[in-house]
Each structure stands twice: as C-alpha cells, then as structure tokens.
Design a protein around this ligand. Structure first.
Ligand SMILES: [Fe+2]
Ligand SMILES: [Fe+2]
Length: 367
C-alpha cells in the first residue's frame, strides 16, 4: 500500500486565481531583448543535486556571519555577545531559518506566478522566458527547502508576504502580475539575497545563494525590459492602476504592521531558546547609536524599497510624481531614521539608479 494522498494536511485551502489565457500565432522573435534573455536563461540552467555539494555539514562557526534581516545588527550588542556560544547558535539557527523560510515560500509564489505568466503574457518571447523562469523557481524552492531542513525546520509564511502572493496570483491582469512579482517581490528578494550572499561565509549557503541570485537578476531584468516596453502603450488610467498596485504591494511588505508582526515572530524565537526578549531589547536600545555607526551592510541606510524597488519602478516608467509623493510620505512616516528627503523633489534626487549589470551587482562586483 502506498501512502500517496491527494489531499494532505500541509495544503492550503484553494485560492481562486484568475488569468486570461492568450494564444499567440506569431512564433518569430518580436521582442528582441526578451528573446536574448531567454537564450541566456537556457545557457544558465543548472542542476542543484549535481552542482552543489550537499554532503557538507553546515559550518556553524562561519554561519555566524549570516545577516538576519533585522534593522539593527543585534548580534553586535553586548547582551548577545555575553550569551553562551551554544545559545547564540540556537538563536541564530532559528532566526535564519525563519528568514530563509520566507525566501522559500516566496519562491513557491514566484514559481506559480511564473507559470501563470506563460499563459497570460501576449508575446511569444515573453512566454518562452516565463517558461525558463518557472524552471528556475522550481529549483529555488528545491534548494531553499533542502538547506532549511539541514539547518532547522521550515517555518510558516509571514502574513504580509502571503497577502502579496495571493493578490498577485489572483489578479487577472498580467501586467499587475509582472509588477507585483518581478518588480516588487523579486526586487526585495534580490536585494536580500545579495546582502546575505555577500556577507555570509557559510560555504553551502554562499554557494546556493550565488546560483539563485544569478537567476534572480535575470528575473528582475525580464520585469524591467518587458514592463518598460508596455508602459508607453498604456493610457493614463491604466498606468495609474499599475503604479497603485506596486505602491500597495510595497506598502504591505514593509509597512508598520508587517514590521510589528516580524518583530513578534522574532520575540517568539528568542523565548523558544530561553532568552528574555526584554534584556536583549534593552541592550540593543542602549547601544543603538553605536550599532548604527558600525552598520557595514551593503546598500547602507536606504533599504530595499528606496534603494532598489522604487528605482526599478522609475526605470520602467512607473514613478509619476503623484505616486512618488505617496512613496515619500509613506517612507517618511515609517522610517524616521532613513534619509528620504524633505520633499518629493529631494526624494527623487536621492534615489540611486539601478545598476546596468544587475548580475555583476548582485554578486558583489559592484557597489
Ligand atoms: Fe527565485
Ligand atoms: Fe525569481
């Protein structure tokens, strides 16, 4: 008797998702840059089982260099440093697995959205490319799950990420799917993968992030190249709708409620290993200034939305002054310690350009 079942306890109830399927009878190359990207993706396919040496145990000592995605580098505070090594490891392993689990669940969302795009985008080149991305995302799910199982256990999805994935899967507008997934979610992911990949010295994690980040830089390029082609064809109302979809997605992903939920999840992890969250927090608060000064993480103080997602929207032609003003006031209210500029003009002036070669940027070859 096999124990195969159609319904398992790990399944979510089905989500009603919409898409309009489009046949395209022109099979000739039409959007040259997307055809090139598709060829690049074919050349860059890799096999996770074969190319990564999974027999290596996780190097606990080197794992300590893995960044946790917290606003302040809490491992530098005196209370953390006073903890026994074993407790530090237990904390680190749980916090990292919490963060990696959200990468993993995001990858599953990306897998399903990419598969939808194969059906929904109207150009053959864009369908071809989305097919390669679907394969890439399957591999990303595979490698993150494998690593997390070595490290700890898969932890549940963050509610804000689930909201974005649901709305990106559910919309019947393929351009919204592209903006929600390729620009907002993948933009944030690319930024975080880059940071983790360049700072961690744990060899297995660094290896898999190198492969994943290389693929992600192509996914981001797909969004940028395709959307930039489409935006000039839209009327004002359609462009506004797309801009608003991106704004809403970014707000949900980094808004104050999300940060609070993220924070409570961290506190729960600290309690799991017997740490009194209050003591750790007091120490972080007391040493706040110094921790900020010592922050050497790439991207500095701008953070992923201001440092990458919004610049990407600008490159795509989706950052009108109207939506920039919304972003500006949202960032001002939520990130008081960041440099967002006095007014929209200054905010726009402070925005960096997205790198010409994101693949090189993501692998740390560019600042
Ligand atoms: Fe991915
Ligand atoms: Fe991706």
């Amino acid at each position: 008797m096999s124990d195969f079942q159609i319904q398992t306890s790990t399944q979510e109830p089905p989500l009603d998702a919409a898409l309009k399927v489009i046949y395209q009878w022109n099979y000739d190359p039409e959007v040259e840059e997307l055809r090139n990207l598709y060829h690049k993706a074919l050349e860059a396919q890799w096999i996770a089982e074969r190319e990564i040496d999974w027999d290596r145990p996780i190097d606990m000592e080197k794992f300590a260099t893995t960044p946790m995605g917290t606003a302040l580098d809490i491992e530098k505070c005196s209370y953390w440093r006073s903890l026994p090594e074993e407790t530090q490891w237990e904390l680190k392993r749980r916090m990292a697995s919490f963060r990696l689990s959200n990468f993993l669940h995001g990858e599953q969302g990306a897998l399903m959205v990419a598969a939808q795009l194969v059906n929904a985008v109207p150009h053959t080149d864009a369908k071809f490319y989305a097919a390669t991305q679907t394969m890439d995302e399957a591999r990303h799910v595979e490698v993150f799950a494998k690593y997390i199982n070595k490290l700890d256990e898969v932890r549940p999805i963050a509610p804000a990420l689930k909201i974005i994935l649901d709305s990106t899967l559910a919309t019947d507008d393929w351009m919204k799917k592209l903006v929600g997934m390729q620009i907002v979610v993948e933009g944030l992911a690319l930024y975080s993968f880059r940071e983790m990949r360049n700072l961690t010295e744990e060899p297995l994690l660094k290896d898999l992030l190198t492969y994943v980040a290389r693929d992600e830089s192509r996914h981001h390029a797909y969004g940028v190249q395709y959307i930039s082609r489409c935006v000039p064809c839209l009327n004002d109302a359609q462009r506004r709708e797309l801009e608003d979809f991106a704004l809403e997605a970014a707000r949900t992903l980094i808004g104050s409620r999300t940060q609070q939920t993220f924070f409570s999840a961290l506190l729960a992890l600290w309690s799991e290993v017997g740490i009194d969250p209050a003591e750790l927090l007091t120490s972080v608060q007391r040493e706040r200034e110094q921790l900020l000064r010592e922050d050497i993480r790439p991207g500095g103080r701008l953070g992923p939305v201001q440092g990458f997602v919004i610049p990407t929207l600008r490159r795509c032609g989706l950052l009108s002054e109207r939506v920039a003003a919304h972003f500006h006031s949202f960032l001002r209210e939520n990130f008081t310690s960041r440099v967002v500029g006095e007014d929209v003009q200054e905010f726009l002036r402070l925005l960096p350009d997205i790198p010409e070669d994101t693949a090189a940027w993501v692998l740390g070859q560019l600042q």
